[in-house]
Write a protein that binds this ligand. Structure first.
Ligand code: MSP
Length: 650
C-alpha cells in the first residue's frame, strides 16, 4: 500500500529581477534549500518555491534605457538568479516569475473577486511618494522631509487610486499573532509587528496609474491602472499552485514557512496576511524574518563597491563551504558581518581540522588495519555505548533545532558528534590496540563505530553540504545515495554494513594555508579576482614560488634524536633533544599521535635549524623537524643512507 507522504511547503521571497544576485539573496535561498533537503530525508513531499519579482518602475526604466521591451529585459535578467541557484545546488521545485501567465491570471482573478466583494474601492489619495522605493508615505512617516527607508527625496502626489480595505483586519491580525507564538518569528520580529499594529491600520493603496507606470498587471476592472508591485508579488506564493480551488486541493497550503529578510517583514506580516484573510485562505504556519549580512558593518551596496558577489566566492571556496559558513556563522534571526577571514577560519578549523581529519584518519586506519574492509564488531564496552548514545542524542537535537530554524545550533550539535568521534579515536588509540591480540579484537569495534559515526555525520551534514556528504559516503563505502536514505537510517546504530569497502578519495576540505589565505584576502581588498581576465590572474604556482635566494636562507640540517619524552597534558607534542653535531637542540614536535618516544631514539631527521625559537606549551622549541602528514599519519623525513650529523640539506 502506498502511504501518502506528509506535505511541506517552503518559500523564499521572489527577488527583484534587476538586482545583481548577491550573498544576501543566496542566504535565504540556501536556508530554504537546507530545510527542504532535510524534510525530504525525513519523509516529506516538499514543495520549495523561489522566483523573481519582475514588474515595477525600475524595471521599466532600465528597459527604456536599453531601448528594449521590459519583457525582453526580464527574460534576460531572471536567468542570473536561476543560474546562481543551479551553481549553489539549490533544489527548488519550481521558479515563479511574476510576468508569467500562470501568475498574472490568479492576480487578476483575486483583484476582480475582491472588487466584487467590495474589499477594494476607488478613492483619492494624497501622499509623499518615493519613486525608487515605489512607495507612498504620510507626512509623519518622513524623516527630515525624505523617505524614511532610503533617505532619498520624495514627491507630493495626489491622485485617484484603488484601495484594499486592510484596516478592518487589524484586530483579527493582532489576535492571530498573539494566539500563535510560532506564527511570526523570531520573537523580536513578532513584537515589532505587534508594535506596528498598535497604531491604527490604514487601507492599502493597491494601484498605480498607467500613465506613471505601465509595466505591471492591469486591474481587471479599470485598465487605466496597474496593480501595486507588492499586491502582485505576494500572490506568487499561491499562484504557483493554480486557482483558488486548486490551491486548497494541492495540500501545500498553508505554507509551512515563508522565509524573508527583516526589511520585508511588514509587507508580509501585515499586507499578505490581511490579503489572505480577504481571499479566504488560511495564513501560513510561519513567517520567519532573518537578519541581514553587512560588510564592515555597512549595508552592501553597489555605490560602496562592497557587494559580496556569490559567483566569486564559489570560485574561491567552493559551494559547500559557503553554504556551511553562511548558516553556521550567525544565528538565522540576527544580522551578521561578512568576513572572508572568518570564512577561511571556519574552513580550516571546523571543516579541515575536525571533520576532514576524522574522515581521513578513519579511512587510512581502515586501510592499514583491515585492508579497507569495515570489520564486524564483537562486543561494545562503555566507551562505545557512550558514543552511540551521543549520536542518538545529536539526531534528536538536530530535529528539534530544525523546527526552530536554528541552523547554527543544528551545525553546532552535529559538530559535537564530530568532536566526540575524534576523541573516541584518541582515547581508544587504535595504533596501540593493533599491537596485541586482545587489542585487535577491540580494534574491530572501534573501527566499526568510527565508520558508523561518520555515516551518521554524513547524513546529518548532507542538507548543508550535499556534495561533500555524498563524497564522504563514497569514501566510507556506502553506495546508496543519501537522498534515497531516510533520517530513519540514523535513528538506529549499525547502518553501515560490515564488509563494505572504504576507499581513499580526494581531501574534501583542504586547509587554506597562510600564503593562500593572504592571496585570497589581498585579491579581495584590491578588488581583483574574478573581475580580471583569466590570463592576467597569477597562477597557483606564482603564489607559492620562492626565489633560489629565499630557499638558501633556510638552514636545513641533519640531526640525530637522542632523547624523546611526552609532554604532560599534550596529546600531540613530544619534547626531543636533537644532536646536530655542533650542538644539541631542544625541539618540540607535534608527532606524538603517530610516534612513541622510545621508537624515535637514534633516528636521523632533518631539522630547520635557523627557525626563530618559539614556546609551545611553555617549552622552548629551537627548530622544526620535517615530516609529511597525510590522512592522520605523520612520517618523518629521513635518508636511506645515514649522513654525518649536522650535514646541510639542500
Ligand atoms: N521583491 C521583493 C520581495 C517580494 S516577496 C513577495 C524584494 N526583493 S529583494 O531582491 O530586494 O530582496 C529579497 C530578499 O533578499 C529579502 O528577503 C531581503 O531581505 C534579502 N536581502 C537583501 N539583501 C540582504 C542582505 N544584505 N542580507 C541578507 N538578506 C538580504 O524585497
Amino acid at each position: 500500500m502506498n502511504v501518502a507522504k506528509k506535505k511541506f511547503y517552503i518559500t523564499t521571497p521572489i527577488y527583484y529581477v534587476n538586482d545583481v544576485p548577491h550573498i544576501g539573496h543566496a542566504y535565504t535561498t540556501i536556508a530554504a534549500d537546507v530545510i527542504s533537503r532535510y524534510k525530504r530525508l525525513d519523509g516529506y513531499e516538499v514543495f520549495f518555491l523561489t522566483g523573481t519579482d519582475e514588474h515595477g518602475q525600475k524595471v521599466q526604466e532600465a528597459a527604456n534605457k536599453l531601448g528594449i521591451e521590459p519583457q525582453e529585459h526580464v527574460d534576460r535578467l531572471h536567468k542570473r538568479f536561476m543560474e546562481l541557484w543551479t551553481r549553489f545546488n539549490i533544489t527548488n521545485s519550481d521558479f515563479i516569475r511574476t510576468t508569467e501567465e500562470r501568475h498574472k491570471v490568479l492576480v487578476r482573478d483575486i483583484l476582480q473577486s475582491l472588487y466584487d466583494k467590495k474589499e477594494i474601492y476607488r478613492g483619492s489619495y494624497e501622499g509623499w511618494y518615493c519613486t525608487p522605493d515605489e512607495r507612498f508615505w504620510t507626512e509623519k512617516d518622513l524623516k527630515d522631509g525624505n523617505c524614511p527607508e532610503c533617505g532619498r527625496p520624495v514627491d507630493k502626489i495626489k491622485e485617484y487610486n484603488y484601495f484594499f480595505k486592510m484596516g478592518q483586519y487589524r484586530d483579527w491580525l493582532v489576535d492571530a499573532i498573539r494566539n500563535d507564538e510560532n506564527f511570526i518569528k523570531p520573537l523580536s520580529r513578532r513584537n515589532e509587528v505587534l508594535g506596528f499594529l498598535d497604531k491604527p491600520l490604514e487601507d492599502l493603496c493597491i494601484s498605480r496609474p498607467k500613465e506613471r507606470l505601465s509595466w505591471g498587471i492591469p486591474l481587471p476592472f479599470d485598465d487605466k491602472y496597474v496593480t501595486y508591485v507588492w499586491f502582485d508579488a505576494l500572490i506568487n506564493y499561491i499562484s504557483i499552485h493554480g486557482n483558488l480551488d486548486e490551491i486548497k486541493a494541492s495540500g501545500f497550503w498553508p505554507a509551512d514557512h515563508h522565509l524573508v529578510g527583516k526589511d520585508i517583514l511588514t509587507t508580509h506580516a501585515v499586507y499578505w496576511m490581511t490579503m489572505l484573510k480577504a481571499i479566504g485562505l488560511e495564513p501560513p504556519k510561519n513567517l520567519f524574518a532573518h537578519g541581514w549580512w553587512t560588510v564592515n558593518g555597512q549595508k552592501m551596496s553597489k555605490s560602496l563597491s562592497n557587494v559580496v558577489e556569490p559567483n566569486k566566492l564559489i570560485d574561491q571556496f567552493g559551494v559547500d563551504v559557503i553554504r556551511y559558513f553562511l548558516l553556521r556563522e550567525v544565528p538565522f534571526g540576527l544580522d551578521g558581518d561578512f568576513s572572508h577571514k572568518a570564512l577561511i577560519g571556519r574552513q580550516n578549523s571546523d571543516l579541515a581540522n575536525n571533520l576532514g581529519n576524522l574522515l581521513n584518519r578513519t579511512v587510512s586506519m581502515m586501510k592499514r588495519y583491515f585492508d579497507y574492509k569495515v570489520p564486524e564488531p564483537v562486543e561494545y564496552n562503555e566507551e562505545d555505548k557512550n558514543l552511540i548514545a551521543k549520536a542518538k542524542q545529536v539526531v534528536e537535537d538536530v530535529a528539534g533545532h530544525y523546527d526552530d530554524l536554528a541552523y547554527n545550533k543544528i551545525l553546532m550539535v552535529i559538530w559535537e558528534l564530530v568532536d566526540a568521534t575524534n576523541k573516541y579515536i584518541d582515547h581508544t588509540a587504535p595504533w596501540n590496540l593493533v599491537k596485541t591480540d586482545e587489542g585487535k579484537e577491540r580494534l574491530k569495534a572501534v573501527m566499526y563505530n568510527s565508520a558508523e559515526a561518520l555515516r551518521t555525520i554524513a547524513i546529518l551534514v548532507y542538507p548543508f553540504m550535499p556534495t561533500s556528504a555524498e563524497k564522504m559516503m563514497g569514501q566510507i563505502g556506502v553506495e546508496t545515495k543519501i537522498e534515497n536514505q531516510g533520517m530513519s537510517s540514523v535513528q538506529q546504530w549499525g547502518g553501515i554494513k560490515s564488509g563494505s569497502l572504504m576507499q581513499k578519495g580526494e581531501q574534501l576540505f583542504p586547509r587554506i594555508e597562510e600564503k593562500q589565505a593572504e592571496k585570497i584576502l589581498s585579491e579581495i581588498t584590491s578588488g581583483a579576482s574574478a573581475d580580471k581576465p583569466a590570463e592576467e590572474k597569477p597562477t597557483e604556482e606564482d603564489s607559492v614560488t620562492i626565489t633560489f635566494d629565499d630557499f638558501m636562507k633556510m638552514d636545513l640540517r641533519t640531526g640525530k634524536i637522542i632523547e624523546a619524552e611526552k609532554i604532560k597534558k599534550s596529546k600531540k607534542l613530544l619534547k626531543l633533544k636533537v644532536d646536530i653535531g655542533s650542538e644539541v637542540r631542544q625541539v618540540v614536535a607535534g608527532i606524538a599521535e603517530c610516534h612513541e618516544p622510545e621508537d624515535l631514539i637514534g633516528q636521523t631527521i632533518i631539522l630547520v635549524a635557523n627557525l626563530k625559537p618559539a614556546k609551545l606549551m611553555g617549552i622552548e622549541s629551537q627548530g622544526m623537524i620535517l615530516a609529511a602528514s597525510s590522512n592522520g599519519i605523520i612520517e618523518l623525513a629521513g635518508f636511506s643512507v645515514e649522513p654525518e650529523k649536522g650535514t646541510r640539506v639542500r
